[in-house]
Ligand binder design. Sequence first.
Ligand code: XMP
Length: 510
Amino acid sequence: KVVIVDYGSQVTQLIARRVREAGVYSEIHPCTIPLDDLKAMQPSAVILSGGPASVSDEDSPQLDAGILGLGIPVLGICYGMQLIANELGGSLAQSSDREYGRADLSLLADSPLWDGLPKEGVHKVWMSHGDKVLAPPPGFEVIGRTKNVDVAAMADENRRFYAVQFHPEVHHTEDGAQMLRNFLFKVAGLKGDWSMSSFAEAVIGELREKIGDRKVVCGLSGGIDSTVVAVLLSKAIGDNLHCIFVDNGLLRAGEGTEVVGYLDEHFKLQLHYVQAQEEFLSKLRGVDDPEEKRKIIGRTFIEVFEREAKDIKDVSYLAQGTLYPDVIESVSFKGPSAVIKSHHNVGGLPDIMELDLVEPLRELFKDEVRKVAVELGLPDFVIWRHPFPGPGLAIRILGEITDERLEILRQADRIVQDELHASDWYRKVWQGFAVLLPLKTVGVMGDDRTYEHVIALRVVDSVDAMTADWTRLPSEVLARISSRIINEVKGVNRVVYDISSKPPSTIEWE
Ligand code: XMP
């Protein structure tokens, strides 16, 4: 196993991700971890992450010199490099301007870290740093430089200490993944035979140990994240897991209930299925402002959830399907301690619930969650289900939500889902759905004039929902969706296709 010591970089989890992609198990631990605890994990190598601090700052997180005494390979990245240099007697230059972005790295010496990389020419790397190393510590050789940084990479091959000023873990560092693999395989001699199935196994074991015979409550939405959390917990603690599924009346036709039914059948969950349609819909009556809708739904969800959870006696934990991107987006970073302490609730519940959190997917990205789901043997319809927003159809009905308008949208949306499946486009796109617009247009049907609703079709490609582009669906697929909606859904006489990208638009319309 490789231990990544976190000094608070925004991209620490990417290091873990790259190491896992190379087939090596890794764990991230805060830089405050006691040396004895770290030793007890018997790591084969340690990676020191980057971080926002400056080594010379008064309260800056420091390196426990004992790590360098363990006799195992160490790779320092950015701040991690400065810590090594500082500890072993190199000299550092403080700089008030930070350098961000692309730099060209020239390789100065042969090194296992550069194995398989062309020695000539430059390698695109991504920098983000203030301080830099001026002179390496005794025993180190400079193995790479950029225009602004003379010591961009250094190595002490005898002690197997390596350090780089740039970030090999980010996508923009072209050969970064290869450099990390070199560190793991050529320097640390690891094998690369670990996979996501071992992740599931390890997590189930850890959950069992951490939770013991206490009870956990988990909100199930029918989406893949909460589903995977529920399955992991069910395997870890069985009947002590209590799942709550809230039907807010804003679900798609069949949305959620299919997954919940499947889970119930296959994993025999203690499932609390809460019918709260009327509670939500009555509070939304007459409301057309998007933010107001979201707030009402969020608040009502908490009320319902809390009420249900209270009925379950002696609950100690709340489980959530928080993913890594939720963590980076919602935590404003102020240094390692901010992250370590923040039992940050991303979904909206725990502040009120006063329960300890269990977030087994906190270090994963969506595609990794899908891999875990595959390993757990979940069916395709769970794994490939498109994301569906918490506020549900409420934010896809522009204007007021009425039973009639919900029904129109459900029918139109069902056709969109069916046709995406039938044309084999469902798996290729990030999300596809219908939106009901708050206007009517004139049409002609038979000999009669009609004056009816408009449906907008939104289908997008994306990898992480941060950016998205509209999908170039073949015109036959668009034609079929449009004619089916207009013919089959009463009250709709026009369909339009949304051709906006995110940014500047968003994926959802509200
Ligand atoms: P936007 O519209 O911001 O959506 O481009 C990005 C992704 O997030 C989903 N989304 C939500 N998910 N609660 C959720 O759980 C919400 O309030 C919410 N709003 C948007 C959206 O479907 C897309 O995948």
